[in-house]
Design a protein around this ligand. Structure first.
Ligand code: DQA
Length: 153
């Protein structure tokens, strides 16, 4: 099994009721459950952290150095503002995938800039909750390639 940190940033705890026209009606708990189930089928054990606080997200990234093989992150609005998150991702040297429910490039110009994109392997944006499942698929490809085979037990 590979171990991956799933990190969700500010306001994502409100999914289900938050601007459903943009983010859908599915709650974060439900999305995380579906993502964990799919991850397991791909040989990935997910650990989920959601926080509205930049420092807590950075702490979770630092702690991941000790146990994780990769990171999937929806940094919410911190995507567009946080040099500190970018530096943390860069520092921990784990393959990291950026995820967004909405297509950030089809929205307001301030969302077109991602400060974390240059330190991530890639970005999946615009597929609603399915963005997380696509990220799991991408992560399994990255980890399998890195290991040159199947997940170790
Ligand atoms: C988001 C996009 C961000 O611009 C926004 O601030 C969010 C959610 C998304 O998943 O579409 O909080 O990351």
């Amino acid at each position: 099994m590979w171990h991956v940190l799933l990190l969700n940033g500010p306001n994502l705890n409100l999914l289900g009721t938050r601007e459903p026209d943009i983010y859908g009606r599915e709650t974060l708990d439900h999305i995380v459950q579906r993502t964990c189930d799919y991850a397991r089928s791909q040989g990935i054990e997910l650990r989920h952290v959601q926080s509205n606080h930049e420092g807590a997200l950075i702490d979770a990234l630092h702690e991941a150095r000790a146990w994780a093989d990769g990171v999937i992150i929806n940094a919410g609005a911190y995507t567009h503002t946080s040099i500190a998150l970018r530096d943390a991702i860069s520092a921990i040297q784990l393959p990291t995938i950026e995820v967004h429910l909405s297509n950030i490039y089809a929205r307001e110009p301030f969302r077109h800039i991602s400060l974390i994109a240059p330190v991530c392997v890639g970005c999946i944006s615009g597929f609603g909750a399915e963005s997380y499942l696509l990220a799991i698929h991408a992560m399994s490809l990255i980890l399998a390639k890195q290991a040159g085979g199947d997940p170790a037990e």
